[in-house]
Write a protein that binds this ligand. Structure first.
Ligand SMILES: O=C(O)CCC(=O)C(=O)O
Ligand SMILES: [Fe+2]
Length: 300
């Protein structure tokens, strides 16, 4: 479009794929598909622009590490998606058949890739739809962790109305200990709280005291729309993560990217004052992971 594109090296050419698909989609006649085609055409023009944050991803994740988090391995990429991609993904999610959604404690959930299971045969792997693979493959060049790459095989979509969140939890051993979460719609603050050793697999050898993880501090990460959060290492294994059931987030000093949040929303409350950020619309997140144990079933 404008000769300013900076090529991004990916193991599969998302450009040619998106191009091919948008052309074929554009040639179809239904209005909805046509709208998608247009959005995809916009994506094609935006994906490679020099200002795209993705052009910086190849430099590695270090630049995106949240230095103020008390543990390493927490990364946040602002404007990972463009506004066009965001609305494209939201409309795709929105158009998934009602019957595919489930409701879990007031949030709506959609799974792609299969249903992770602890049974010995593992998850029956299901095809991830093409429209989502595009979002997926944009993660490939990042390689924030050796395991967040082509072999991502699961996406959990969570849709939260304003005021809704997710209880503190750990993602657990069914997945590789690295997760990439794309946020769409409203912002929210994710809170990381140290897992108490005696919460899970309590080990008498611990003696009930001197637990390393208890020494670690809780922290938060403010997740603006279109951002990508990656966490791995101790943040995955030693912390619970959750989002409070609140209609507005109080972003205080415990939030590792408070300064960026203040900048993004116009500074409210001064440098050190409380920053209150309302969740003005629904938030949809795409949680991308790799389920460790999978099997295929033959389809005829
Ligand atoms: O919505 C989010 O950002 C978090 C989702 C999450 O932690 C999960 O589904 O395990
Ligand atoms: Fe989670």
């Amino acid at each position: 479009m404008n000769g300013r594109r900076t090529p991004i090296r990916v193991s599969r050419s998302i450009f040619s794929e998106i191009f091919a698909r948008s052309h074929s989609v554009l040639s179809q006649s239904t209005t909805r598909e046509y709208a998608y085609g247009l959005t995809e055409a916009v994506l094609v023009s935006e994906l490679g622009s020099r200002n795209s944050p993705r052009s910086g991803l190849a430099r590695g994740m270090d630049a995106h590490a949240l230095a103020r988090a008390p543990v390493p391995g927490v990364y946040l990429l602002y404007d990972f998606d463009t506004a066009a991609e965001e609305s494209y993904l939201l409309s795709r999610v929105d158009n998934e058949p009602k019957t595919r959604w489930t409701t879990v404690s007031d949030r709506r959930v959609l799974q792609f890739g299969g249903r992770p299971t602890a049974t010995k045969h593992g998850m029956i792997a299901e095809k991830i739809p093409e429209w989502l693979l595009d979002a997926f493959y944009t993660l490939v060049p990042i390689r924030p962790h050796p395991r967040v790459r082509e072999d991502l095989n699961h996406v959990l979509v969570n849709a939260y109305e304003p005021g809704r969140g997710i209880m503190p939890h750990e993602d657990g051993p069914l997945y590789d200990p690295a997760v990439a979460i794309v946020s769409l719609g409203a912002s929210a603050t994710m809170r990381f709280t140290p897992r108490r050793r005696d919460d899970a697999d309590a080990d008498a050898a611990d003696g009930g005291g001197g637990r390393a993880s208890d020494a670690a501090a809780a922290f938060g990460v403010w997740l603006p729309p279109r951002s990508l959060l990656v966490f791995t290492g101790a943040a995955y294994t030693e912390y619970l993560h959750g989002i409070e059931d609140v209609a507005e987030d109080v972003v205080d000093e415990s939030v590792a990217n408070r300064d960026a949040a203040a900048k993004a929303v116009g500074g409210g409350g001064g440098a050190d004052g409380p920053l209150v950020i309302p969740r003005e619309r629904a938030r949809v997140s795409l949680t991308c992971r790799r389920v460790l144990k999978t099997r295929k079933i033959l389809a005829f």
